[in-house]
Design a protein around this ligand. Structure first.
Ligand code: NAD
Length: 312
Protein backbone atom coordinates (compact mmCIF):
# COMPACT_ATOMS: atom_id res chain seq x y z
CA UNK A 1 0.00 0.00 0.00
CA UNK A 2 1.25 3.39 -0.99
CA UNK A 3 1.61 6.35 1.38
CA UNK A 4 2.53 9.77 0.02
CA UNK A 5 4.04 12.52 2.12
CA UNK A 6 3.85 16.08 0.84
CA UNK A 7 6.47 18.20 2.58
CA UNK A 8 9.72 16.33 3.12
CA UNK A 9 11.10 18.53 5.86
CA UNK A 10 11.79 17.41 9.40
CA UNK A 11 8.26 16.14 10.10
CA UNK A 12 7.71 14.58 6.66
CA UNK A 13 11.09 12.87 6.43
CA UNK A 14 11.03 11.66 10.04
CA UNK A 15 7.57 10.22 9.41
CA UNK A 16 8.86 8.40 6.32
CA UNK A 17 11.70 6.97 8.41
CA UNK A 18 9.25 5.95 11.12
CA UNK A 19 6.98 4.23 8.55
CA UNK A 20 10.02 2.24 7.40
CA UNK A 21 11.20 1.26 10.87
CA UNK A 22 7.63 0.33 11.90
CA UNK A 23 6.92 -1.46 8.61
CA UNK A 24 3.76 0.50 7.82
CA UNK A 25 2.75 0.45 4.15
CA UNK A 26 4.66 -0.95 1.20
CA UNK A 27 5.74 2.18 -0.64
CA UNK A 28 6.46 5.73 0.57
CA UNK A 29 6.60 8.64 -1.87
CA UNK A 30 8.18 11.90 -0.72
CA UNK A 31 7.18 15.13 -2.43
CA UNK A 32 8.56 18.60 -1.79
CA UNK A 33 8.94 21.88 -3.68
CA UNK A 34 12.57 21.39 -2.88
CA UNK A 35 13.04 18.28 -5.02
CA UNK A 36 16.70 18.00 -4.09
CA UNK A 37 15.72 17.73 -0.42
CA UNK A 38 13.07 15.07 -1.18
CA UNK A 39 15.62 13.10 -3.23
CA UNK A 40 18.23 13.29 -0.49
CA UNK A 41 15.79 12.29 2.26
CA UNK A 42 14.47 9.34 0.21
CA UNK A 43 17.99 8.17 -0.51
CA UNK A 44 19.05 8.46 3.12
CA UNK A 45 15.93 6.66 4.42
CA UNK A 46 16.40 3.89 1.80
CA UNK A 47 19.63 3.05 3.60
CA UNK A 48 17.57 2.08 6.65
CA UNK A 49 15.54 -0.45 4.63
CA UNK A 50 18.07 -3.34 4.71
CA UNK A 51 18.10 -3.09 8.50
CA UNK A 52 14.37 -2.69 9.01
CA UNK A 53 11.43 -3.45 6.71
CA UNK A 54 11.16 -3.98 2.95
CA UNK A 55 9.46 -0.71 2.00
CA UNK A 56 10.15 1.10 -1.22
CA UNK A 57 11.04 4.75 -0.58
CA UNK A 58 11.19 7.26 -3.42
CA UNK A 59 11.02 10.97 -4.12
CA UNK A 60 8.42 11.85 -6.69
CA UNK A 61 6.04 14.22 -8.38
CA UNK A 62 2.29 14.48 -7.99
CA UNK A 63 1.71 11.83 -10.68
CA UNK A 64 3.41 9.38 -8.32
CA UNK A 65 0.52 9.78 -5.90
CA UNK A 66 -1.58 7.55 -8.16
CA UNK A 67 -2.93 4.68 -6.09
CA UNK A 68 -1.96 6.19 -2.71
CA UNK A 69 -4.24 5.07 0.17
CA UNK A 70 -3.03 7.84 2.44
CA UNK A 71 -1.57 11.28 1.79
CA UNK A 72 0.20 12.93 4.71
CA UNK A 73 0.36 16.73 4.49
CA UNK A 74 3.40 18.10 6.31
CA UNK A 75 4.32 20.94 3.96
CA UNK A 76 4.77 24.46 5.12
CA UNK A 77 6.57 26.71 7.44
CA UNK A 78 7.25 25.48 10.92
CA UNK A 79 6.89 27.34 14.18
CA UNK A 80 10.07 29.16 15.14
CA UNK A 81 11.21 29.78 18.73
CA UNK A 82 9.10 32.47 20.39
CA UNK A 83 6.42 32.23 17.69
CA UNK A 84 2.99 30.79 18.50
CA UNK A 85 1.39 28.19 16.23
CA UNK A 86 -0.84 30.77 14.53
CA UNK A 87 1.89 32.91 12.97
CA UNK A 88 2.72 30.70 9.95
CA UNK A 89 -0.97 30.29 9.10
CA UNK A 90 -1.29 32.50 6.05
CA UNK A 91 1.82 31.03 4.43
CA UNK A 92 0.52 27.51 4.99
CA UNK A 93 -3.04 28.29 3.84
CA UNK A 94 -1.69 29.38 0.47
CA UNK A 95 0.43 26.25 0.17
CA UNK A 96 -2.56 23.99 0.96
CA UNK A 97 -4.82 25.75 -1.56
CA UNK A 98 -2.34 24.50 -4.14
CA UNK A 99 -1.33 21.06 -2.87
CA UNK A 100 -4.67 19.59 -1.73
CA UNK A 101 -6.40 19.73 -5.15
CA UNK A 102 -3.20 18.55 -6.84
CA UNK A 103 -2.93 15.57 -4.50
CA UNK A 104 -6.60 14.64 -5.00
CA UNK A 105 -6.24 14.87 -8.75
CA UNK A 106 -3.93 11.84 -8.62
CA UNK A 107 -5.14 10.14 -5.44
CA UNK A 108 -8.90 10.83 -5.47
CA UNK A 109 -9.68 7.98 -3.05
CA UNK A 110 -6.97 8.67 -0.49
CA UNK A 111 -7.48 9.60 3.15
CA UNK A 112 -5.77 12.94 3.84
CA UNK A 113 -3.83 13.27 7.08
CA UNK A 114 -2.84 16.81 8.09
CA UNK A 115 0.14 17.58 10.33
CA UNK A 116 0.95 21.16 9.32
CA UNK A 117 0.28 23.77 12.01
CA UNK A 118 -1.93 25.31 13.16
CA UNK A 119 -3.27 21.84 12.60
CA UNK A 120 -6.92 22.49 13.50
CA UNK A 121 -7.22 25.38 11.08
CA UNK A 122 -5.16 23.63 8.38
CA UNK A 123 -7.44 20.59 8.69
CA UNK A 124 -10.48 22.89 8.44
CA UNK A 125 -9.07 24.39 5.24
CA UNK A 126 -8.17 20.95 3.88
CA UNK A 127 -11.79 19.85 4.38
CA UNK A 128 -12.92 22.89 2.36
CA UNK A 129 -10.38 22.34 -0.42
CA UNK A 130 -11.19 18.62 -0.51
CA UNK A 131 -14.94 19.31 -0.61
CA UNK A 132 -14.44 21.34 -3.77
CA UNK A 133 -12.95 18.15 -5.28
CA UNK A 134 -15.97 16.11 -4.14
CA UNK A 135 -14.21 14.49 -1.15
CA UNK A 136 -16.31 14.10 2.03
CA UNK A 137 -14.99 15.57 5.29
CA UNK A 138 -14.75 12.08 6.87
CA UNK A 139 -11.73 11.46 4.65
CA UNK A 140 -9.77 14.34 6.18
CA UNK A 141 -8.06 13.73 9.52
CA UNK A 142 -5.81 16.12 11.43
CA UNK A 143 -3.23 14.82 13.89
CA UNK A 144 -4.88 17.24 16.37
CA UNK A 145 -4.12 16.55 20.00
CA UNK A 146 -3.04 12.93 19.46
CA UNK A 147 0.45 13.85 20.65
CA UNK A 148 -0.84 15.93 23.57
CA UNK A 149 -3.04 13.04 24.74
CA UNK A 150 -0.06 10.70 24.52
CA UNK A 151 2.06 13.11 26.59
CA UNK A 152 -0.77 13.44 29.13
CA UNK A 153 -1.10 9.67 29.48
CA UNK A 154 2.67 9.19 29.66
CA UNK A 155 3.06 11.77 32.45
CA UNK A 156 0.07 10.41 34.36
CA UNK A 157 1.34 6.87 33.92
CA UNK A 158 4.77 7.82 35.22
CA UNK A 159 3.25 9.54 38.27
CA UNK A 160 0.94 6.69 39.23
CA UNK A 161 3.41 3.94 38.27
CA UNK A 162 1.27 2.38 35.52
CA UNK A 163 2.21 1.77 31.87
CA UNK A 164 0.61 4.60 29.84
CA UNK A 165 -1.18 2.02 27.63
CA UNK A 166 -3.38 1.30 30.64
CA UNK A 167 -4.12 4.93 31.43
CA UNK A 168 -7.04 6.34 29.44
CA UNK A 169 -7.17 10.10 29.17
CA UNK A 170 -7.83 12.70 26.54
CA UNK A 171 -6.62 16.16 25.63
CA UNK A 172 -9.32 17.80 23.52
CA UNK A 173 -9.94 21.08 21.73
CA UNK A 174 -7.18 23.04 20.02
CA UNK A 175 -3.72 21.59 19.48
CA UNK A 176 -2.32 24.64 21.22
CA UNK A 177 -2.60 26.85 24.24
CA UNK A 178 -6.38 26.53 24.74
CA UNK A 179 -6.37 22.71 24.72
CA UNK A 180 -8.37 21.05 27.50
CA UNK A 181 -7.10 18.20 29.64
CA UNK A 182 -10.24 16.22 30.44
CA UNK A 183 -9.24 15.24 33.98
CA UNK A 184 -12.77 14.21 34.91
CA UNK A 185 -12.71 11.45 32.26
CA UNK A 186 -9.35 9.83 33.09
CA UNK A 187 -9.72 6.15 33.96
CA UNK A 188 -7.30 3.43 35.04
CA UNK A 189 -8.41 -0.19 35.24
CA UNK A 190 -11.99 0.95 34.69
CA UNK A 191 -11.80 3.27 37.71
CA UNK A 192 -11.94 7.07 37.65
CA UNK A 193 -8.43 8.42 38.34
CA UNK A 194 -9.49 9.75 41.75
CA UNK A 195 -10.67 6.30 42.89
CA UNK A 196 -7.60 4.59 41.50
CA UNK A 197 -5.26 7.00 43.31
CA UNK A 198 -7.24 6.68 46.53
CA UNK A 199 -7.18 2.89 46.29
CA UNK A 200 -3.46 2.76 45.47
CA UNK A 201 -2.58 5.56 47.90
CA UNK A 202 -1.02 7.71 45.18
CA UNK A 203 -0.96 11.46 45.71
CA UNK A 204 -3.15 13.28 43.17
CA UNK A 205 -3.91 16.78 44.44
CA UNK A 206 -4.12 20.14 42.72
CA UNK A 207 -0.35 20.61 42.88
CA UNK A 208 0.31 17.33 41.05
CA UNK A 209 -2.40 18.05 38.49
CA UNK A 210 -0.99 21.56 37.87
CA UNK A 211 2.51 20.15 37.41
CA UNK A 212 1.36 17.51 34.90
CA UNK A 213 -0.86 20.00 33.08
CA UNK A 214 2.01 22.49 32.86
CA UNK A 215 4.29 19.83 31.42
CA UNK A 216 1.73 18.79 28.78
CA UNK A 217 1.20 22.42 27.75
CA UNK A 218 4.79 23.66 27.87
CA UNK A 219 6.82 20.76 26.53
CA UNK A 220 6.54 21.74 22.83
CA UNK A 221 7.79 25.25 23.63
CA UNK A 222 10.70 23.80 25.61
CA UNK A 223 11.70 21.51 22.74
CA UNK A 224 11.48 24.43 20.29
CA UNK A 225 13.72 26.52 22.56
CA UNK A 226 16.22 23.68 22.79
CA UNK A 227 16.40 22.42 19.20
CA UNK A 228 14.22 24.64 17.01
CA UNK A 229 11.68 22.02 15.91
CA UNK A 230 9.70 18.98 17.07
CA UNK A 231 9.42 15.92 14.88
CA UNK A 232 10.00 12.54 16.59
CA UNK A 233 6.77 12.53 18.62
CA UNK A 234 4.61 13.77 15.76
CA UNK A 235 6.24 11.30 13.34
CA UNK A 236 5.29 8.45 15.69
CA UNK A 237 1.74 9.78 16.03
CA UNK A 238 1.40 10.04 12.23
CA UNK A 239 2.80 6.51 11.82
CA UNK A 240 0.26 5.20 14.33
CA UNK A 241 -2.59 6.97 12.50
CA UNK A 242 -1.28 5.65 9.15
CA UNK A 243 -1.32 2.09 10.49
CA UNK A 244 -4.88 2.54 11.78
CA UNK A 245 -6.07 3.75 8.37
CA UNK A 246 -4.14 1.22 6.28
CA UNK A 247 -5.16 -1.73 8.46
CA UNK A 248 -8.68 -0.43 9.11
CA UNK A 249 -8.02 -0.87 12.83
CA UNK A 250 -11.03 1.09 14.11
CA UNK A 251 -9.00 2.72 16.87
CA UNK A 252 -9.85 5.70 19.06
CA UNK A 253 -7.57 8.73 19.22
CA UNK A 254 -7.99 12.46 19.71
CA UNK A 255 -7.54 13.46 16.08
CA UNK A 256 -9.22 16.60 14.77
CA UNK A 257 -12.07 16.75 12.27
CA UNK A 258 -14.55 19.32 11.03
CA UNK A 259 -17.64 19.53 13.24
CA UNK A 260 -20.96 21.29 12.64
CA UNK A 261 -21.24 22.27 16.28
CA UNK A 262 -18.96 21.95 19.29
CA UNK A 263 -20.15 23.39 22.62
CA UNK A 264 -22.33 25.91 20.78
CA UNK A 265 -19.65 26.95 18.26
CA UNK A 266 -20.63 26.28 14.65
CA UNK A 267 -18.50 24.98 11.80
CA UNK A 268 -15.24 24.41 13.62
CA UNK A 269 -12.43 21.84 13.54
CA UNK A 270 -10.91 20.51 16.74
CA UNK A 271 -9.96 17.33 18.54
CA UNK A 272 -12.30 14.99 20.36
CA UNK A 273 -11.96 11.24 20.71
CA UNK A 274 -12.71 9.77 17.29
CA UNK A 275 -13.26 6.24 16.09
CA UNK A 276 -11.51 5.91 12.75
CA UNK A 277 -10.11 3.36 10.33
CA UNK A 278 -9.87 2.54 6.62
CA UNK A 279 -12.52 4.93 5.32
CA UNK A 280 -11.34 7.76 7.58
CA UNK A 281 -13.44 9.09 10.45
CA UNK A 282 -16.18 6.66 11.49
CA UNK A 283 -17.64 8.57 14.42
CA UNK A 284 -17.00 11.25 17.02
CA UNK A 285 -17.28 10.18 20.65
CA UNK A 286 -18.47 13.10 22.74
CA UNK A 287 -17.03 13.12 26.26
CA UNK A 288 -19.45 13.80 29.11
CA UNK A 289 -17.48 16.70 30.61
CA UNK A 290 -17.90 18.56 33.89
CA UNK A 291 -19.09 22.21 33.54
CA UNK A 292 -15.59 23.72 33.90
CA UNK A 293 -14.19 21.48 31.13
CA UNK A 294 -17.22 22.19 28.94
CA UNK A 295 -16.61 25.92 29.30
CA UNK A 296 -12.93 25.50 28.45
CA UNK A 297 -13.83 23.41 25.38
CA UNK A 298 -16.26 26.12 24.25
CA UNK A 299 -13.50 28.73 24.68
CA UNK A 300 -11.09 26.57 22.70
CA UNK A 301 -13.64 26.08 19.90
CA UNK A 302 -14.31 29.82 19.92
CA UNK A 303 -10.58 30.54 19.60
CA UNK A 304 -10.21 28.25 16.56
CA UNK A 305 -13.37 29.64 14.98
CA UNK A 306 -11.97 33.15 15.52
CA UNK A 307 -8.81 32.26 13.62
CA UNK A 308 -10.83 30.72 10.77
CA UNK A 309 -12.90 33.92 10.65
CA UNK A 310 -9.72 36.02 10.50
CA UNK A 311 -8.55 33.99 7.54
CA UNK A 312 -11.93 34.21 5.81
P1 NAD B 1 10.27 22.01 7.63
O1 NAD B 1 10.49 23.45 7.29
O2 NAD B 1 11.41 21.20 8.06
O3 NAD B 1 9.60 21.28 6.38
C1 NAD B 1 8.55 21.82 5.64
C2 NAD B 1 8.76 21.36 4.22
O4 NAD B 1 7.62 21.78 3.44
C3 NAD B 1 10.01 21.95 3.55
O5 NAD B 1 10.85 20.90 3.10
C4 NAD B 1 9.45 22.78 2.41
O6 NAD B 1 10.28 22.77 1.26
C5 NAD B 1 8.13 22.05 2.15
N1 NAD B 1 7.19 22.85 1.37
C6 NAD B 1 6.94 24.17 1.46
N2 NAD B 1 6.02 24.49 0.52
C7 NAD B 1 5.70 23.38 -0.15
C8 NAD B 1 4.83 23.09 -1.22
N3 NAD B 1 4.08 24.05 -1.80
N4 NAD B 1 4.76 21.82 -1.67
C9 NAD B 1 5.52 20.84 -1.11
N5 NAD B 1 6.37 21.06 -0.09
C10 NAD B 1 6.44 22.31 0.39
O7 NAD B 1 9.11 22.02 8.72
P2 NAD B 1 8.76 20.80 9.69
O8 NAD B 1 9.48 20.94 10.96
O9 NAD B 1 8.83 19.55 8.90
O10 NAD B 1 7.21 21.14 10.01
C11 NAD B 1 6.23 20.96 9.02
C12 NAD B 1 4.88 21.37 9.61
O11 NAD B 1 4.51 20.44 10.64
C13 NAD B 1 4.91 22.76 10.29
O12 NAD B 1 3.70 23.43 10.02
C14 NAD B 1 5.00 22.41 11.76
O13 NAD B 1 4.52 23.44 12.59
C15 NAD B 1 4.12 21.19 11.79
N6 NAD B 1 4.23 20.36 13.00
C16 NAD B 1 3.08 19.86 13.47
C17 NAD B 1 3.08 19.10 14.63
C18 NAD B 1 1.76 18.58 15.14
O14 NAD B 1 1.66 18.09 16.28
N7 NAD B 1 0.72 18.62 14.34
C19 NAD B 1 4.29 18.84 15.30
C20 NAD B 1 5.47 19.34 14.75
C21 NAD B 1 5.43 20.12 13.61
Amino acid sequence: MKIAIIGSGLVGATTAYSLVTEGVGRQVVLIDVNRERANAEAEDIRHAVPFTNPLEVMAGDYQDLTGARLVILAAGAGQTPGEDRIAPLRRNAEIFAEIVPRALQYAPDAVLLVATNPVDVMTHLTVQYAASCGVPSQRVIGSGTSLDSARFRALLGRHIGVDAHHVHGYVIGEHGDSEVLAWSRVTVAGMPLKHFCHQQQVRMDELVRDRIEGQVRQVAYRILEGKGATYYGIASALTRIARIVLHDERAIMTVCTAKQDVAGVNDVTLSLPHLFGGPGIISTLPLPLVPDERQKLAASAQKIRGIIDLLD
